[in-house]
Design a protein around this ligand. Structure first.
Ligand SMILES: [Zn+2]
Length: 506
């Protein structure tokens, strides 16, 4: 029955979240209760109605104790259900009319109940590592992990990728610890055995990109132009920090040049977190890497296992952080670009053959995976964490490579620059990428995007050759085994007397 299938499809449809309010600014003051693994927080959340006038606002706040909600020093009524706070505003606010809520709360990450993913194996937002200090082989650290919607485990916000906010964070810690957060360290003030670091970020970014890191780190200083580039590592790796992360300034410069959009943020820091739950995360200006990044010069001679990841997270600072996917359905707008940056970096640094080898390996792991029937842009996933797969990453990167070959280098990089400039500090969906490339090339690209972005799978082709020695004629037979045939650019190299001839079809 069609009505049933319609309602089933509708039920699983995952839209962009409605923008009822827009975040404007987020100010936080936090300190930590190490023994309870809790955060004591105060938040000043500035927001405004997106379009329709409203006298209520809903903020995501997971597993918190809410102590006070007020506006202009007047307490407000609210309803809290352990996942979100619905707050009664004192009047109806109109479009663009800003207000600042004050919320005093305790974040309890150990009480959070939400599912993790394959890429990110847990989701409590705020992690205390060896909080009681009992493990003598492990330092005490704190780090956060916001993606996908776990920042609301440690501060109240509208935890959706289509929101952007500027931020300030005052972090109070025992003086022996170093802190890292987004943006610039404005001040550091001692108070007895504690110290309060004040971090400020003047450019808007999505709540899932907020970050805090705390621990006994050495900070190794580097730079790109006038921009500080810092490496936060444990003492024993301090002598090797530049061996591990030292290509960072060159990568930032290369990506700035190739995109024609200068690195948009005011610093770039990388920190290594113990027991980190993923490979790395592109928190704006405050990237965290897992312990696998720790390598000694002897190990680095064989391979810097983190090099592709370092490039990947840097590139997210344009694709993901400057322009952000509006929904997890469009995640490939973040991840395909970050994946493809690994190709771009390797092509620049080590040559096309090396880059092609990397692309081949990535394509193979997509082909070997179990997900080849999934659409690149998927509105019907079961869990948003499922989007972090070899389709969004590896297939997405390969599709960008095909698009580059189809439109040509000049149009491709002009397209990326235009897409970034048109959508900077905003969220976007894949159609905006298509429209940019259509405008630049003058070509209709619906067929390309419908097939590759909004469809699934890949061509399955049987190839056979025949050479007729009398006619001196080569015949190449290509047979598509797919039920729905794919249209795609194809180049065949023909070698004659040692000379290569490229024949392109489409
Ligand atoms: Zn990524």
């Amino acid at each position: 029955m069609s009505s049933i299938s319609f309602s089933q499809t509708y039920k699983t449809y995952k839209p962009e979240r409605d923008k009822i309010h827009s975040l404007v600014h987020t100010k936080l003051k936090v300190d930590f209760n190490f023994s309870e693994k809790q955060l004591n927080g105060e938040a000043w959340v500035t927001a405004k109605p997106h379009f329709y006038a409203t006298n209520k606002i809903t903020l995501d706040a997971k597993a918190m104790l809410i102590h006070q909600v007020s506006l202009n020093n007047k307490n407000l009524d609210y309803n809290y259900d352990d996942a979100s706070i619905v707050i009664d505003l004192p009047k109806e606010y109109k479009k663009d009319e800003e207000f600042t809520l004050y919320i005093k709360y305790t974040a309890r990450p150990e009480k959070v109940q939400q599912k993790g993913s394959a890429a990110i194996t847990d989701a409590k937002g705020l992690y205390f590592i060896n909080a009681d200090g009992l493990d003598k082989n492990k330092p005490t650290q704190i780090w956060t992990q916001g993606e996908t919607e776990a920042s609301s485990c440690w501060f109240p916000t509208i935890d959706s990728p289509n929101q952007k906010t500027t931020q300030e964070i005052y972090i109070t810690v025992p003086d022996k610890y170093v802190t890292l957060s987004n943006g610039k360290l404005e001040s550091s003030i001692k108070n007895g055995t504690n110290r309060t670091d004040y971090w400020k970020m003047d450019q808007k970014h999505a709540p899932y990109l907020f970050f805090m890191g705390v621990g006994e780190y050495e900070v190794i200083k580097d730079s790109y132009k006038n921009i500080p580039v810092d490496y936060y590592v444990e003492k024993e790796y301090a002598p090797y920090a530049k061996d591990i992360f030292g290509l960072t300034p060159e990568m930032i410069g290369f990506f700035s040049d190739i995109l024609g959009v200068e690195y948009p943020w005011n610093k770039y820091s990388q920190i290594v977190g113990r027991d980190y739950i993923s490979g790395a995360m592109e928190n704006t200006t405050a990237v965290i890497h897992g312990e696998q990044a720790y390598q000694t010069p002897g190990q680095l001679i064989d391979e810097n296992v983190q090099e592709n990841t370092i490039a990947h997270e840097i590139f997210h600072h344009w694709f993901g952080n400057l322009v952000t996917t509006e929904s997890w359905s469009n995640l490939t707008l973040n991840e395909s670009f970050a994946n493809y940056s690994e190709y771009l970096w390797r092509e620049h640094k080590y040559g096309k053959l090396d880059a092609d080898m990397h692309l081949f390996e990535d394509s193979q792991s997509y082909l070997d995976g179990q997900n080849t029937d999934k659409h690149l842009v998927r509105f019907n996933y079961v869990d948003k964490e499922d989007m972090f797969d070899l389709v969004s990453y590896n297939k997405g990167g390969a599709i960008l490579h095909m698009l580059r070959n189809y439109v040509g280098d000049e149009a491709f990089f002009l397209g990326l620059k235009t897409f970034l400039n048109e959508n900077k500090y905003k969220a976007a969906e894949v159609h905006q990428l298509r429209l940019v490339f259509e405008k630049i090339t003058g070509k209709d690209l619906n067929w390309f995007f419908n097939q590759w972005y909004f469809g699934a799978g890949h061509p399955r082709i049987e190839v056979s050759y025949d050479y007729n020695t009398i006619q001196k004629k080569v015949t190449v037979n290509l047979l598509q085994l797919n039920v729905n045939e794919f249209k795609f650019p194809l180049a065949i190299d023909v070698f004659e007397n040692g000379k290569k001839q490229d024949i392109t079809f489409l």
